[in-house]
Design a protein around this ligand. Sequence first.
Ligand SMILES: [Zn+2]
Ligand SMILES: [Zn+2]
Length: 301
Amino acid sequence: MTNSLTNRWPGDKAFQTLTDAQLYGLCKEYGARVLEARRKFIGLLPEVFKRQLHSKKGFGSIEEFAAKLCGVSRKQVQRVLNLEERFADKPALKLVLTSGEVSVNKLARVASIATSENQEELAVLAKKLPQRALETLARDGRIHSALSAKEGVGENKNANGLGKPLFEVESVCAHTLQLDEDVRYELQELQEKGIDVSALIRQMLGKRRADLAAKKAKLAAQTGKLSRYIPAKIRHLLRNEHGDKCSIRTCGKRAVTIHHTQRYALSRNHDPNFLAPLCREHHSIAHSIDGMFWERRRAPT
Ligand SMILES: [Zn+2]
Ligand SMILES: [Zn+2]
């Protein structure tokens, strides 16, 4: 369909008969082509610079060359030259940069955590993940250990069933604890009576953990072949455990989905030990790492 529409361009009266959906489709198609061509153009710039082709062709600078030929900003030019240099010992990342397969903006996000060991897998992730997820990944800063340890995902689970290397990040306790006035008052009173308030709270927390674990075990025992839909009881339990936040400790964003840390397609159950509420970014990270894990497992070697 799009091809025949494309051929009619420009100025065909039939254009006015396009539906909104068709018009939007054309916009997206042309837009995607422009962006792809632009990425490829930017990918060529390091080579242009090495040959000083811009001077040979009479441009004052590489920036002028990029601006005049493709409307590329000074910042983007500097970014690609800089990245190409940083990727000197990272051939996979260098290739996705210079071939224009991945944008400089995305690659700039992962450059900070790239090493010669993880660069191949980072290049795969950069192709798969949207920019925001890459930003989250870089912030978590655990890509290297996550990737190198993922063979052990099966036995290396934390309380949520998430692979430890990816999801166990040191807790940063920068938040101030907020207590209601009445609770503070009661605790203060107990402390004045000589009661060990910390021990008391520790005991309550321990009881909460034990309750959650017992409920989980009970629900896990009940999960036979179920529907795709996660039962309300299990959702309720997860909410009690994690509140409405992403279950990655340092994240703090709102959870948007409940992720099966064991592939649902394989496990066919909703064992709460293998479910974790995640924000959008951590969810796409979990899936691309999981995907790579499975691809690797299936490989003949
Ligand atoms: Zn998921
Ligand atoms: Zn998150």
